[in-house]
Write a protein that binds this ligand. Sequence first.
Ligand code: 5GP
Ligand code: ZN
Length: 139
Amino acid sequence: MTGDPNCIFCKILRGEIPSVKIHEDEETLAFMDVMPQSPGHCLVIPKNHAANIFEVSTDDAAILIRATHRLAQAVNTALKPDGVGLYQFNGSAAGQTVFHIHFHVIPRYKDVELVMHARDMVDKSVLQPFAEKIKAALR
Ligand code: 5GP
Ligand code: ZN
């Protein structure tokens, strides 16, 4: 088995729990956040398990930021929001709830507050059209 047996993102990588994927390559996965704080909220992770910025290798950190850069551009092209927030939390005191390093890519709209972090789960049918649009912009 690859990854951490109890990590929810490693379980997504192993296909043990479902996810709405945007893009997968040898080293990273981009997928929709199941509890979006804004429509189109997505996540990008390195395939190698590391809990946070303090654990991740320099190489995997570089791989992660390259994938985040690409995903942020695709979200911007696909959804044309007023802005795009990139968020990354380390430790529960900083707001981290899943301990496999990730960047949030969150479309932002003028004068629209974010929905509370990790609160309301939405259906796959809501997430899929966003994933398709972002996927198309990655090509
Ligand atoms: P953190 O609080 O660690 O920065 O963010 C974890 C994110 O993962 C949250 O935004 C939460 O909604 C999301 N998340 C938690 N469990 C799952 C899951 O099973 N699938 C997906 N796609 N996202 C998840
Ligand atoms: Zn993991």
